[in-house]
Design a protein around this ligand. Sequence first.
Ligand SMILES: Nc1nc2c(c(=O)[nH]1)N[C@H]1C(S)=C(S)[C@@H](COP(=O)(O)O)O[C@H]1N2
Ligand SMILES: [Mo]
Length: 263
Amino acid sequence: MSLFKPNRRQDTLLTAHASSIIKDAQRELKDPARRLLGKRILSLGGLALLSGCDLSNDKSVNTMLRKMSYFNDDMQALLFDPKRMAPTYPESMITRPFPFNAFYDIDEVPEVDAGSYRLQVSGLAQGKRVWTLDELRALPQEDQITRHICIEGWSAIGHWGGVRFSDFLKRAGADTTAKYVSLHCADNYWTSIDMPTALHAQTLLTLTYDGQVLPPKYGFPMKLRMPTKLGYKNPKHIVAISVTNTFPGGYWENQGYNWFGGS
Ligand SMILES: Nc1nc2c(c(=O)[nH]1)N[C@H]1C(S)=C(S)[C@@H](COP(=O)(O)O)O[C@H]1N2
Ligand SMILES: [Mo]
């Protein structure tokens, strides 16, 4: 086990966050009638944020919870080790059938046309801005068998193949000193990730599932697979990518799911 020793930058950041959270908490808990509520919120806070549950309509309590989530994002970013690999598994451990999940039922999966599909790259990138599926398929490909963890309470091992995302970003001339990469999907889902995760060796611009063209239910024509992040951070049916320094949020993240979403 390694102990986390903050450096000066981390220290300043932690102190700034901690004092604003404590100040908010003190304001909230001053009134004895609220103390019980406060205790419940403090213990259920993390769960509430993850599940999107509304424990309270009180604006300041929500502000406090939101700050705790931002604090959590920063902690996860600080602790993220870009060289640490998520576990990989043998083929015999693949979950069959692999579960489907989306914010709609399986009969509403979007149908993206392979021929007219174009992946758009925008924002802080100086290379090619429009990619066809054939162009993506012509790039060097690799495979991974990793575990997908959904916060709705299931996990499953799957086999994905495609282009290392860091390789794609370099070819697209992305400014890899930018903070975020946002990912927009054909079903209007979207999410965004930190640049260190975008450049992680296991972050895969995924074109296949189990050796076959990615089926519609798993995100045809392209999903971003990140075994270092929870399920909702793994967007399917991606049609546009943007490299940016402006915080892009996400579909579930804007409803209270933790933004960093590490697994
Ligand atoms: N475009 C899109 N991507 C998405 C979602 C979605 O609703 N739309 N749901 C996310 C969630 S919550 C999960 S758990 C996984 C499920 O991926 P699967 O269907 O391949 O198991 O997709 C993620 N990516
Ligand atoms: Mo999920």
